[in-house]
Design a protein around this ligand. Structure first.
Ligand code: FMN
Length: 178
C-alpha cells in the first residue's frame, strides 16, 4: 500500500468535487481515507467516499466508533492531510485550534503536512476574518491553496472557487515528497 492520505471534506457546495479528487488520489495508489463534517454530508453521501476508497468514512462528531475508539488519532496518523473543499468555518476553527468535530479534531492531532483548499462565496473569502485566519494558518506552515476566480455557485462572478483538482493533487504530491 502507498502513502496514507486523509481527506477532510467540509460543508461547501463544492463538496461534490471531492469525489473526483479521491478518484485521482487513489489512482496514485495512495491509501485514501475520508472524513467529513456533518454539513458536508448534506452535499455528498459518505457512501460515495466509502465506495471510492474501500474504507469507512468518519463523519460528524469526534467520538468512539465500532471501527475505532480513537478515530481522530488513527486518522491523524497519516503522511498528508488535505481539507478540500475547506469552508470559512473550518478555516476559522483550524486557526483557533478548535476540535469539535472529526475533521478539526484530526487536524489538531496531526503532525503531517496539511494542505487546505478553500471554497466559498467571494464576500466570505474577502472578509478580513477569513484572510486573518488564513494568514495564521500560513504562518504555521499550512499550505493554503489559491482560490479560483469565475462563476460561483451562488451565481456571482468572483473569487472563491475551489482550486482545480489537478492543482490540489499536485500540492498533495509535493506534501508527500512524491
Ligand atoms: C447551499 C449552501 C452552500 C454553501 N457553500 C459554502 C461554501 O462553498 N463555503 C463555505 O465556507 N460555506 C458554505 N456554506 C455555509 C456552510 O455550509 C456553513 O457555514 C456550515 O456551517 C459549514 O459547516 P462545516 O464548516 O462544519 O462543514 C454553504 C451553505 C449553503 C446552504
Amino acid at each position: 500500500m502507498g502513502k496514507r492520505v486523509v481527506l477532510g471534506v467540509t460543508g461547501s457546495i463544492a463538496a461534490y468535487k471531492a469525489a473526483e479528487l479521491v478518484r485521482r488520489f487513489t489512482a496514485k495508489s495512495w491509501d485514501v481515507w475520508v472524513m467529513m463534517t456533518e454539513a458536508a454530508t448534506k452535499y455528498v453521501g459518505p457512501l460515495t467516499f466509502h465506495a471510492l476508497t474501500g474504507h469507512p468514512v468518519a463523519a460528524g462528531k469526534c467520538e468512539a466508533t465500532p471501527a475505532s475508539v480513537f478515530e481522530h488519532l488513527d486518522l491523524a496518523s497519516c503522511d498528508a492531510l488535505a481539507i478540500a473543499p475547506c469552508t470559512a468555518n473550518v478555516i476559522a476553527k483550524l486557526a483557533c485550534g478548535l476540535a469539535d468535530d472529526i475533521v478539526t479534531a484530526t487536524a489538531l492531532a496531526c503532525t503531517a503536512p496539511l494542505v487546505v483548499a478553500p471554497a466559498m462565496n467571494e464576500k466570505m473569502w474577502k472578509h478580513p476574518a477569513t484572510q486573518a485566519n488564513l494568514a495564521t494558518l500560513r504562518q504555521r506552515g499550512v499550505k493554503v491553496m489559491d482560490v479560483g476566480h469565475g462563476e460561483l455557485a451562488c451565481g456571482v462572478v468572483g473569487a472563491g472557487r475551489l482550486a482545480d483538482v489537478d492543482a490540489i493533487v499536485a500540492e498533495v504530491s509535493r506534501a508527500l515528497g512524491a
